[in-house]
Unconditional design. Structure first.
Length: 432
């Protein structure tokens, strides 16, 4: 079965094996069984996935579980429920809170992973907790909101295949605040939650952000790049700026891309182009390959970097070889992807955005990476006991795995007690 038929981009080659799981037990069993045979990729709605043209050299486990339980203002939703249907049904049940997140494609189980957000709302605003199956301990557990490490388009579930999300519990009842001027103008004065939903859907349709087979601009993975967070003194002149924390400013990636010379509709190699409606969405015009799309993504990233010395980072998920995978399987996967060292190229088989040969590391890089490893493996699990930590590493900028760090600058890692994983200064969670 081709993954192109299961991703909103319409891209991706075949998978070696495929399993569909309609109940929680089936889901857990399917993942455990598939793990014994090699890499596993959990598939939701495929709206945030870029899969290589070569496909996935393992098993796809497709989540099709269902169920939405309401208990007062608490709503628990199975991972396989369609997200927009959850928004619609909770509003119909008189439980507002999710209306600003209307029209986001995909399934409920994926929403905590990148803390989906739109129009000033994020799922983490209403999530009470996430129930998961831990693929390492083989136990199910419930993570309350403040242990999920939620941040801008990020959480502790992102970039880590350890947790299989089973269901998500929301606390609803309070209408979402209308923070965006554009949304307030469309929704009118004192809009009801239903009016907010309609306004959001109308705005999103105008930008090609609601999946519509009749609209070729929706053959995308949504926003391809996250908005970079940069030190205040590095914000380009004239750029819109939103302060996220003292000294750090979020800059719209769309503004950077346009100012770097990439207009809406810009055609990259082959059949990949920028959406005619939304600068952040990269679109398959129907003839593209994943290689075309990634070439366009690199062209844009490099163009923005050349103009502003700011590196954009992709938002869509990179599928990974699971931690539980045997080293032999990892080695085979990486060799297939042309990697020079197996341990570092796990993701390359499924997505090509970083799939280029890595130059040898300098002694400084090796030291920095060792420190990062210690930080992740030893310190992070214990950070509930810490108030606030700030680390500064030198020389990590030269590693392609740390390409989020400017070449010559120091990388500053910050941890606070609500974040269980280290996070880079620019908000990207892709540490080596
Ligand atoms: C047109 C369009 C508009 C979009 N607009 C927005 C937007 O406004 N805001 C926003 O934040 N995002 C947006 N997105 C991105 C996307 O819709 C969301 O990230 C969505 O939550 C992805 O859900 P999915 O079920 O399709 O996940 P998939 O693409 O199937 O999977 C994404 C990742 O999550 C993992 N995963 C999925 N389900 C589970 C599970 N149960 N347990 C463990 N891992 C799992 C997958 O392995 C993969 O790594 C948009 C996408 C498109 C195509």
């Amino acid at each position: 079965m081709n993954l192109a038929d299961h991703t909103t981009l319409g891209l991706g080659g075949p998978a070696r094996a495929w399993a569909t799981a309609a109940t929680e037990d089936e889901l857990i069993e399917a993942v455990q069984k598939a793990e014994r045979d090699g890499p596993v990729l959990i598939l939701g709605g495929g709206s945030n996935l870029v899969v290589a043209d070569e496909g996935f050299p393992g098993t796809i486990v497709q989540v099709t579980t269902s169920g939405l339980a309401v208990d007062g203002d608490t709503v628990t939703v199975a991972a396989g429920e369609n997200w927009d249907s959850v928004v619609r049904r909770t509003l119909a049940a008189g439980l507002p809170g999710l209306e600003c997140l209307s029209g986001i494609p995909g399934l409920a189980g994926a929403t905590p992973i990148q803390n989906v957000g739109a129009y000033g709302s994020e799922v983490s605003d209403t999530i009470r907790g996430v129930r998961v199956f831990d693929r390492q301990t083989l136990k199910t557990s419930f993570f309350p909101n403040d242990t999920c490490g939620f941040a801008y388009r990020s959480s502790m579930f992102r970039g880590d295949d350890r947790y299989l999300i089973l269901d998500v519990t929301f606390g609803l009842g309070a209408p979402a605040p209308v923070r965006y001027t554009e949304l307030a103008a469309t929704a009118g004065q004192n809009p009801s939650p239903a009016e907010v939903r309609n306004a959001v859907l109308a705005l999103r349709r105008g930008k090609g952000m609601v999946i519509d087979p009749a609209d070729p601009d929706t053959r995308s993975a949504g926003s391809f790049f996250t908005n970079p967070v940069v030190p205040a003194d590095r914000v380009p002149d004239g750029a819109p700026r939103y302060e996220t924390s003292p000294g750090l400013v979020k800059v719209p990636a769309a503004w950077l891309i346009e100012q770097a010379g990439f207009a809406k509709g810009y055609h990259g190699p082959g059949g990949a182009r920028i959406s005619a409606k939304h600068t952040l969405a990269l679109v398959n015009d129907g003839t593209a390959t994943t290689a075309d799309l990634l070439a366009l993504a690199r062209e844009i990233r490099d163009g923005v970097h050349a103009t502003f010395a700011i590196t954009l980072h992709p938002e869509p998920a990179q599928s990974r070889t699971p931690r539980t995978c045997q080293w032999r399987q990892r080695a085979a996967l990486s060799r297939a992807a042309g990697a020079s060292r197996w341990g570092s190229r796990r993701a390359a088989g499924a997505i090509g955005i970083r799939a280029r040969p890595r130059p040898p590391r300098s002694a400084g890089e090796r030291t920095a990476l060792r420190k990062l490893f210690v930080l992740r493996k030893l310190v992070a699990p214990r950070i509930e006991t810490l108030r606030f930590w700030r680390f500064t590493f030198h020389n990590v900028g030269r590693s392609p795995q740390c390409e989020k760090f400017p070449q010559s600058a120091n990388a500053t890692l910050r941890i606070n007690p609500t974040r269980v994983r280290p996070q880079c200064a620019n908000g990207v969670n892709e540490l080596p």
